[in-house]
Design a protein around this ligand. Structure first.
Ligand code: FE2
Ligand code: FE2
Length: 570
């Protein structure tokens, strides 16, 4: 569905048509359902004229039409545009080949987008003419006699429409007239001069409405998802969405400017949905996404794939490569294990580094974020992300897995709010797979973050975080994902401070999403199974009791795999 509204400029009002929407249809004005119903379409001569501002070129765009062009059956007339020129098509008795024959005139004026033009078509019984801004732009004498009409053809403003074709215009229209006579060139020129100030209305393309942050998906459940976007000015933001088969629904953001968060609920589990987001400013500017899609979380018992990335920070080229590889995998969701940006309090790091480079991934795949030290607990994180309270920690379920997200900048040890919450949640979890995600590592072979390993002792990981390890082991957490160290490391399964063959917790450092790479100790700590200092992402698939993990570098090369099999339900 397209969108029609009244736009305001310095010279008054015009009708704004926003073009094709989610369902492929565009808005237009249906003057009459048929030429017959209209009753007095001119036959011998006429003038059709309008002021138009085209915002998007198209083939066969219609401005004023009473046309029918179905195979060889060509009747009526159309004032329109085709790519970068205006057009006038007309079918008359003089050129009739038995079932009508349209001649299309293509104007010589190059149509510039967002510029106002007066376009005029005349037919005087012996010639058809197209005028642009009062000047003759094309002419033919091929058509003469009376205009031929198909009686059932609709009469429309802002579209080329017949029984099997629909080409809506995208732009603005004003001063539309249809006269029963062919106005002569001098009068048309005079009419243009009388209104010529319209042609000099400054195009608003100098400051068009643009997304500050393009719409993205944050957090998804089996029945809901949040869509977040940001616009630079006051605007009404609307989300339209529909299932693969079914009605389009619409939600208008309650916010009036800045960051908009729109929660959609009442959805079905595991289903694809199609959506688009539109923003309209009070001054008549608008911006719209392409038709997008999302998928709700799947139910227990169903297979799925997710992507883990960490430490995207300020390295746009790497981040874009990593997020594009993630997107090419078509995962069910993506989780970023902290340090999404380098300086959380710097808004431009969000608007210029993080969000643009995560597209198109996060407009299609829900993002589950995690707080890192570089977020600085800044309000921007909380404003952009829409997570269950208190947001700095939260949990979610996906298929047979439960995920527990913690803020490793806040206490995680016994007695802390997060520890108590986690213990309670883990105890209640009936999921076959359990994952914990926080930014700082419990175990790490990093060369210098926990002591200079080239010269002396190191704690080989964050001792504050390690206080939570007994919980992970007690409640059978399968994998703990962390970032912070800008490299890749997979531990052996660990239990009671030892590497074990099975029934241990695996610790994954996946901090290679973009930040400058770090390196490892000169020796091999007891827990470390695989270490690689490359930019990367981690892909995890779960089907029943089998988990397969693939770690992929920024160029798509597989460099590590891992598998966990569970014989029985927990
Ligand atoms: Fe980092
Ligand atoms: Fe960090």
């Amino acid at each position: 569905m397209g969108h029609a509204s009244i736009a305001q400029d310095s010279l008054g009002q015009s009708l704004e048509l926003s073009g094709p929407g989610l369902d492929g249809a565009g808005a237009y004005l249906r003057v009459a359902d048929s030429v017959q119903e209209f009753g007095h379409m001119p036959k011998h001569q006429f003038t059709a004229t309008a002021w138009v501002r085209i915002d998007q070129t198209t083939d066969w765009g219609g401005i004023l039409s009473a046309v029918s062009d179905n195979g060889d059956r060509e009747k009526g007339w159309i004032l329109g545009y085709d790519k970068d020129s205006f057009t006038f098509g007309i079918s008359t008795t003089g050129a009739d080949d038995g079932d009508g024959n349209i001649t299309y005139l293509n104007g010589s004026t190059i149509l510039e987008l967002q510029k106002w033009y007066m376009v005029t078509a005349t037919f005087d019984g012996s010639s058809a003419r197209l005028f642009v801004n009062g000047k003759l732009d094309a002419e033919t004498t091929t058509q003469y006699g009376e205009v031929l009409y198909e009686p059932r053809t609709p009469v429309a403003i802002g579209a080329y429409i017949d029984s099997n074709e629909f080409h809506p215009m995208e732009g603005r229209i004003r001063n539309v007239y249809l006269f029963n006579e062919a106005i002569d060139a001098d009068q048309i020129e005079a009419e243009f001069q009388r209104n010529s100030m319209i042609a000099s209305v400054i195009p608003e393309s100098d400051t068009p409405l643009e997304w500050t942050v393009e719409p993205f998906l944050c957090y998804a459940t089996q029945s809901s998802v949040s869509i977040v976007c940001e616009v630079p000015t006051a605007a009404e933001v609307t989300v339209r969405f529909r299932p693969a088969m079914g009605e389009v629904r619409e939600i208008v953001s309650e916010t009036k400017s800045g960051i908009h968060t729109i929660e959609i609920d009442g959805l079905d589990a595991g289903q694809p949905y199609y959506y688009e987001v539109l923003a309209h400013s009070p001054s008549g500017e608008s911006v719209k996404t392409e038709p997008l899609s999302f998928q709700t979380a799947i139910e227990r018992g169903k297979a799925f794939t997710f992507i883990m990335i960490g430490d995207t920070q300020a390295n746009p080229e790497v981040v874009k490569r990593v997020s594009d590889i993630a997107w090419s995998n078509r995962p069910n969701f993506v989780c970023i294990a902290g340090d999404l940006v380098t300086t959380g309090t710097n808004k431009s790091h969000w608007t210029h580094h993080f969000f643009p480079n995560m597209q198109p991934l996060i407009s299609r795949v829900p993002l589950f974020p995690v707080l890192g030290n570089h977020e600085q607990n800044a309000r921007h994180y909380y404003e952009y992300m829409d997570l269950p309270a208190p947001e700095y920690y939260y949990s979610f379920s996906y298929g047979d897995a439960d995920y527990f997200v913690l803020d490793s900048e806040k206490p995680m040890g016994p007695g802390s709010e997060q520890y108590r919450w986690l213990e309670n949640k883990l105890d209640q979890s009936d999921a076959r797979w359990k994952f914990v995600i926080h930014h700082r590592p419990a175990y790490s072979s990093d060369e210098n973050d926990y002591g200079n390993t080239w010269l002396g002792p190191s704690t080989l990981g964050d001792l504050d975080i390690r206080q939570a390890v007994p919980l992970y082991e007690k409640y059978g957490v399968d994998i703990v994902f962390n970032g912070h160290i800008h490299a890749y490391e997979r531990s052996f399964p660990i239990r009671d401070g030892e590497a074990v063959e099975q029934n241990g917790v695996v610790y994954m450092t996946i901090g290679g999403g973009g930040g400058g790479l770090e390196n490892f100790a000169p020796f091999n700590p007891w827990f470390s199974s695989k270490k690689t200092s490359v930019h990367h992402l981690c892909r995890v698939e779960i089907v029943g009791g089998t988990l397969r993990m693939q770690s992929i570098d920024e160029y798509g090369k597989l460099f590590d795999t891992y598998e966990i099999r569970k014989e029985h339900n927990p």
